[in-house]
Design a binder for this molecule. Structure first.
Ligand code: NAD
Length: 499
């Protein structure tokens, strides 16, 4: 049995006291065991980080950027191996795993420009003989806690910016697919990153709690489901840390009567079912506006769904692969039953799907519901599987209200040829990331990623300048170099102003 361990700056050979099974979702077998670390292990990792971080912060930013350039080249060189490893634990198809890693690499490309980003601000002559300048310094030691669904991209969102800005970083990946973050950390070492700057600690709630309570960890970035995001946010903030905690999602695609329906169906197939719907920027809800749009869309969706190929993650023809675990498969299927019980119309039922030769794999067939109502629990909650729910709306205003009033506010898309409707929608919708004829509006790396409402707790987003702000503290210096002489004694007792 393959044993998956941590990536630490010190020798750690002791057998773990607790482990967790890592499955091969394509055939349902246990393919590896991951060690689950505890507070004592975290203490040692933090000690190593504390030793290494000051020297790393003192390395000039251009040299830190060079490590990013080296790392990018190494990841590209090892892309095939990384993508296969990712798919073997997650279940997504190889092309999608490459996309997962590539989106993370784009954040590394942003980090290659870190010297420019860290230049700071300067005001010459803010008062007589007075200059004011400000710059950003690393927060010290940061930690990241990541979900199973993007084991390449999300660890790189966090670690790239945290490291490039001069911090030491401790990463706690999902215990369901823990191997890729370890490989990425190994490649960072090969790229020239000093020991102790990036460590990976494996674990579950016990390790998360140790991170939340550790007095020397200054900032925590979390991505996962909303209840846990909220818990991480509250406990971390109570302990005086800076915390950003991104949560779940239920993104809507609004289809206006003038939309190009063939394009919409093509976009929706990928956005609703790609990666088996296990994306926080998937489109699991579609809202056609007007009866005619709903009827036409439904007519085109049914054959498009029938044409989807579900297969093992190494099948180059497969549109999507298995979901991550048997427990997750059971959860998705229970939501499908809930939708039936609540009175939604089950148009295509993906339950009971089996793949010949892979009968024990965690596959769920594509599923379509129509006549879903906003009052239904299966609509209000995140399913995170290949399930598309059609919620019909009579008017633009009704369609706009659906994502705006939903508990989640991660992403949303509108499909239309009408610029005014699109503009109005983008301005008024109560959601953080908006696509206009773009089904999965994940912002590019030099912009920033984050949702609203229960999709994100804390006030900074991931990557781009928001990421730089999160991983640094701003310091402002007011300096005076008088040319001799003594100031006005009376004025020394009032709050200084620049006159
Ligand atoms: P999860 O919340 O189960 O796990 C996330 C992390 O929290 C993991 O590292 C896990 O070990 C840890 N964890 C799990 N239970 C815990 C507990 N009780 N106490 C403390 N820590 C705990 O999420 P997941 O199933 O791995 O990932 C899917 C979820 O992540 C979905 O809800 C999805 O929408 C969300 N997600 C959000 C974004 C975003 O950007 N908003 C991106 C990707 C995924």
């Amino acid at each position: 049995m393959r044993e998956i361990s941590h990536k630490l700056a010190f020798a750690h050979d002791a057998a773990p006291t607790r482990t967790s099974d890592v499955f091969d979702p394509n055939n349902g077998s246990v393919q590896a065991r991951v060690a689950l670390g505890d507070a004592a292990l975290l203490d040692r990792a933090v000690e190593a980080a504390k030793k290494a971080q000051p020297a790393w912060a003192a390395v000039n930013p251009q040299r830190r950027a060079r490590v990013m350039f080296n790392f990018k080249a190494l990841v590209e060189k090892n892309m095939d191996e990384l993508a296969h490893l990712l798919s073997s634990e997650h279940g997504k198809v190889i092309a999608d795993s490459k996309g997962d890693i590539q989106r993370g690499l784009e954040v590394i490309e942003f980090c290659c420009g870190i010297p420019h980003v860290l230049k700071g601000e300067f005001t010459q002559g803010a008062g007589p003989g007075i200059d004011v300048y400000s710059f950003r310094q690393p927060i010290g030691i940061g930690a990241g806690i990541t979900p199973f669904n993007f084991p390449g991209m999300i660890p790189l969102w966090m670690s790239g910016v945290a490291i490039a800005t001069g911090n030491a970083f401790i990463m706690k990946p999902s215990e369901r697919d823990p191997s890729v973050p370890v490989r990425l950390a190994e490649l960072f070492s090969e790229a020239g990153l000093p020991d102790g700057i990036l460590q990976v600690v494996q674990g579950d709630k016990e390790m998360v709690d140790a991170i939340l309570d550790h007095p020397d960890i200054a900032a925590i970035s979390f991505v996962g489901s909303s209840d846990i995001a909220h818990y991480v946010y509250k406990r971390g903030v109570d302990n005086g840390k800076r915390v950003q905690a991104l949560g779940g999602a239920k993104n809507h695609g609004i289809v206006m009567p003038d939309a190009d329906l063939d394009q919409v169906v093509n976009d929706l197939s990928g956005a609703a079912f790609g990666s088996a719907g296990e994306r926080c920027m998937a489109l699991p809800v579609v809202t056609p506006v007007g009866e005619k749009t709903a009827i036409a869309l439904r007519e085109k969706l049914i054959p498009a769904i029938a044409a989807l190929r579900v297969g093992v993650s190494t099948d180059p023809e497969a549109h999507y692969g298995p979901v991550v675990t048997a427990a997750h498969k059971a959860k998705i299927e229970s939501y499908i039953q809930m939708g039936v019980d609540e009175g939604a119309e089950l148009v295509v039922d993906g339950r009971g799907f089996t793949l010949q030769g892979h009968e024990k794999g965690f596959f769920v067939g594509p599923t379509l519901f129509d006549h879903v109502k906003p009052t239904m629990r299966s609509y209000k909650e995140e399913i995170f599987g290949p399930v598309l729910q059609m919620v019909r709306a009579e008017t633009f205003e009704e369609a706009l209200a659906l994502p705006s009033e939903h508990q989640y506010g991660n992403g949303v898309a509108i499909f239309t040829r009408n610029g005014h409707a699109a503009r109005e929608f983008a301005a008024r919708v109560n959601v953080g990331m908006v696509g206009i004829n773009v089904p999965i509006p994940v912002p590019v790396a030099y912009h920033t990623f984050g949702g609203w409402k229960r999709s994100a707790f804390g006030d900074t987003n991931q990557h781009g300048m928001e990421g730089v702000k999160f991983w640094t503290k701003v310091k402002t210096i007011t300096q005076r170099w008088p040319d001799g002489g003594v100031g006005d004694a009376a004025n020394a007792f009032v709050i200084p102003t620049m006159g």
